[in-house]
Write a protein that binds this ligand. Structure first.
Ligand SMILES: [Zn+2]
Length: 125
């Protein structure tokens, strides 16, 4: 990965972080309200469930992005956490916060063993 590629991934990650952070801040939608009647209560409950779901998804995303930015600082961005192989640019373009290569991700999703770890690559300066 070139420096300019790394920089553009950083820009994308930082923009995503700001966007998700804004979403996570709207916690007031989760506030429990007392509603006048049952239908109103049901509607509010499902709005609340949706808000909780959005908040959870946002915090998972925020954690993944922070970890990716940390790996960028460490010089290990784009390296699979499981097998130390390079994550393809195509995959990173689709999912800049990806921490696993496609093979390890598929293995994790299907519950199979991850690929055997290779010797650690010397860190690119
Ligand atoms: Zn891998």
């Amino acid at each position: 990965m070139t420096k300019s590629q790394a920089k553009s991934f950083r820009n994308i990650l930082e923009a995503n972080l700001i966007e998700l952070g804004g979403r996570a801040l709207r916690r007031d939608a989760i506030a429990v309200e007392t509603a006048a009647d049952d239908l109103d209560r049901t509607l509010r409950a499902s709005e609340r469930d949706l808000a909780v779901h959005t908040l959870e998804a946002a915090s998972v995303g925020i954690r993944a992005i922070r970890a990716a930015l940390q790996r960028m600082d460490d010089g290990t961005f784009g390296i699979c956490l499981e097998c130390d192989d390079e994550i393809s640019l195509k995959r990173l373009t689709a999912l800049p916060a990806a921490s696993l290569c496609i093979e390890c991700q598929e293995a994790a999703d299907s519950g199979r063993e991850a690929r055997p770890r290779r010797m650690a690559l010397p860190m690119a300066a």
